[in-house]
Design a protein around this ligand. Sequence first.
Ligand SMILES: Cc1cc2nc3c(=O)[nH]c(=O)nc-3n(C[C@H](O)[C@H](O)[C@H](O)COP(=O)(O)OP(=O)(O)OC[C@H]3O[C@@H](n4cnc5c(N)ncnc54)[C@H](O)[C@@H]3O)c2cc1C
Length: 391
Amino acid sequence: MDPDILIIGGGPAGLSTALHLQRMDPILASRVLILEKARYPRSKLCAGALVVDAEVLLERLGLDVREVPHVDADNIQFDFEGSGLNFRMWKRHTLRIIRRDEFDNWLAIKAKSRGLEIIEGITVKNIIPDDGAVKVETDKGTYCAQVVVGADGSNGITRRCIFPNATVYTARLLEVLTPAYSRSSTGTSPNLNRHIAGREQVAYFDFFPVPNNIAGYVWDFPTQVGGESMRCWGIYDTNLLSNQDRPQLKEPLAEEMERLGFQLGDYELKGHPIRWFSPRNQMSVPRVLLVGDAAGADPLLGEGISMALGYGSLAAREIAESFQQNDFSFNRYRRRVVRSALGRSLLVRWVITHIIYFLKWKWFQILLWRFLKPALTFIAKRFVLNWGRHL
Ligand SMILES: Cc1cc2nc3c(=O)[nH]c(=O)nc-3n(C[C@H](O)[C@H](O)[C@H](O)COP(=O)(O)OP(=O)(O)OC[C@H]3O[C@@H](n4cnc5c(N)ncnc54)[C@H](O)[C@@H]3O)c2cc1C
């Protein structure tokens, strides 16, 4: 039988939409079907850092993320060329770092245990919205739904079908996993030991590539794979300076890894884009709405898991109201997102992104990361983080 609500993609955004609907209106949720092209546990390129808002939203759904294997980073270091400011949350870990195969699988198991239906191994090929319903063509047949939620990520088919000509703001990312510092392939030297001392539980962001027109940073996080301590490294570039001369994206990553005793060439390097939020992004057409990366993630740091969970809450409210009012135009959805606590955080991040990456001079970056700690900490805690409890 055709579902009333078809969710395309079973990542955090799709699963969160379904779980929030289930909490708000269990009868409506019994008419939800999630289509996921992969099979859990499926791999997803991601550093897996959860900020406080992701945990707040999961708690509100009655979910305890501590059930998922994780590593806690007590604090975050925002650096420019190896020194800068230290940021920590009060009386709690600052980041909780999970692996996405484990986290998404756990979330899917929770959704299934609450009666939500997920079909795995099915790929959506085309979406055709119509006045009366939406036709969704897959590699395993065609569905007809009252409402479709595009939760299919940065490269998703939903957005491409409903907004074929829209401008897309996309960041490029590379990621690599290595053993922990103590097992670095280069061995140890007094100089190296000095660099890595005290770094094990800290998540690092270094903005040194910005003056070279890479509008982003290199990261180095603690993580675990199968219970074994590892480091997750990567580079993020919003592409805001793509009209300027830039080095190859892997060059700054290789440079930073070498400084800390690792050779990039010894490890498998993977890349994936992130579609980021802009106030200009369109988010719905009648009967179809977008959530998560499909709608737009954080442009500043490329954080998207908490956002995906947050979009799920907003979309569920929008859908529940649309069925109550029998109005599937979704013409208020974008305003709902932008005016929400999530939208305000995304908007602040979008503004900051356009300041810190365009003012790319070395002296400005040094001033920012080494001397403006009180101002940045205030902005981060007041305007960037802590939106989840107000959603
Ligand atoms: C290298 C990298 C590092 C990152 N690090 C972090 C981090 O540390 N912290 C953080 O918060 N965010 C991080 N992000 C961003 C984060 O991964 C995303 O924002 C997040 O995954 C968005 O969730 P989503 O549910 O919208 O999309 P996704 O997680 O991409 O899920 C989309 C789902 O849709 C399915 N799908 C796609 N197409 C179809 C189709 N045609 N038919 C059916 N199913 C389909 C996919 O298989 C997938 O399961 C990182 C991203 C990258 C690329």
